[in-house]
Write a protein that binds this ligand. Structure first.
Ligand code: OSB
Ligand code: MG
Length: 377
């Protein structure tokens, strides 16, 4: 099946999180999610999700900029065009369009979903995924009091999560980490994520984190600051993991060359899709650098892509791949994503495509706007 779409449907749904999620730069309670549906010539439909948030606090993109980018620039570059393989889509999206990786990723990943369906294989199989289960970590948002965070960390530990990540920010760091470390014990796999909330001036605080034996500290400094991350890494025993900074394969190469960190968080939305995600995975694997799959509070659709990606052999650390029930009262896929007592999520290796059915009726109920886009001209 040649990869060709004649229609792209853009939809926005509203989905309330079960509990608000606070990171250093903002809080989200109700998610506004953009969904993409590619309709192929044969009537086959492929769904994907755009991970851009409502506001530009994690990245400059938002759901509204992504919507505009897909409608005005990206859809016209791919509709009616034939691709031999999904790996070719990104260069078409890049023609005369800089940036907008989350918008590009939503479109590009839908082609990977389409290719998997066309070949009758699972998305994981299509990309060379091998694991039939992926290890799951939880990301816990910033709380008012350490005791509240400790309660959530204990519960996560009881549920079987393979590692616990605490969001931190100046004013919500050392006492929180200390309390959780004390409650869970010295062996519990623990890490922190600062979402770029610190500066090199905060070196004392960041150095103090070393005593908690964290697996890693994620993105302490600014997204575009590989040089200062390298300086910081020289001062810290704890490995730095980069998230926001890694926007392309080249940035991962720079990170290695400059020694700006020792671990990479791969989020397909942040890097513009699966082709670049796989390229970063391959590069890090060849260099012996661990990678793991980050999350953006995805619905079950985006989660299908993340789970498939995390089945690649280089994803050697637990990902932010929580089950549906962590986020939603009810997901928009069937079956919902679940986690077993060992903190692993099954990869639907033997199901063609995403491996979950899209609950189109529910999506219809949740939709607040939609646009049907056809080939240009
Ligand atoms: O930095 O990893 C992050 C959520 C929104 C924006 C940024 C991040 C996150 C998470 C959530 O940590 C992880 C998840 O989806 O469970
Ligand atoms: Mg992060």
């Amino acid at each position: 099946m040649a990869l060709r779409a004649r229609t792209l449907v853009l939809r926005e749904i509203r989905l309330p999180l079960r509990e608000p999620f606070r990171i250093s730069s903002g809080v989200v309670a109700d998610r506004r999610v953009a969904l993409v549906t590619l309709v192929a010539d044969e009537g086959v439909r492929s769904w994907s999700e755009c991970v851009a948030a409502e506001g530009p606090n994690y990245s400059p993109e938002t759901i509204d900029t992504a919507w505009m980018a897909i409608r005005d620039w990206l859809a016209p570059r791919i509709l009616g065009r034939t691709f031999v393989a999904p790996g070719q889509v990104r260069s078409a999206l890049d023609e005369g369009v800089r940036g907008h990786p989350m918008a590009k990723a939503a479109v590009e990943m839908a082609f990977w979903g389409l290719a998997a369906q066309g070949q009758g294989v699972s998305l994981a199989t299509l990309i060379g995924g091998q694991r039939d289960r992926v290890e799951t970590g939880i990301s816990l948002g910033i709380e008012e009091e350490p005791e509240v965070l400790v309660g959530k960390a204990r519960k996560a530990s009881d549920l079987g999560y393979r590692r616990i990540k605490l969001k931190i920010a100046p004013g919500a760091d050392l006492p929180f980490v200390e309390a959780v470390r004390g409650a869970l014990g010295g062996e519990a796999p623990l890490m922190v994520d600062a979402n770029s909330a610190y500066r090199l001036d905060d070196l004392d605080t960041l150095r103090s984190l070393d005593r908690f034996g964290l697996i890693m500290i994620e993105q302490p400094l600014a997204p575009d600051d590989l040089v200062r991350h390298a300086r910081l890494q020289r001062e810290l025993a704890t490995p730095i993991c980069l998230d926001e900074s890694i926007t392309s394969l080249e940035r991962a190469e720079d990170m290695v060359e400059l020694c700006s960190g020792r671990v990479v968080n791969i989020k397909p939305g942040r890097v513009g899709g699966f082709a670049t995600s796989i390229a970063i995975h391959d590069f890090c694997r060849a260099r012996g650098l661990p990678v793991w799959c980050g999350g953006m509070l995805e619905t079950g659709i985006g989660r299908a892509y993340n789970v498939a990606l995390a089945s690649l052999p280089g994803f050697s650390l637990p990902g932010d791949l929580s089950p549906s029930a962590r986020y939603w009262e009810r997901d928009i896929v069937q079956p919902e994503w679940t986690m077993d007592r060992n903190g692993t999520v099954a990869v639907p290796l033997d199901e063609p495509g995403l491996g979950v059915a899209i609950d189109e009726d529910r999506i219809e109920d949740l939709t607040v706007r939609s646009e049907v886009l056809g080939p240009p001209g």
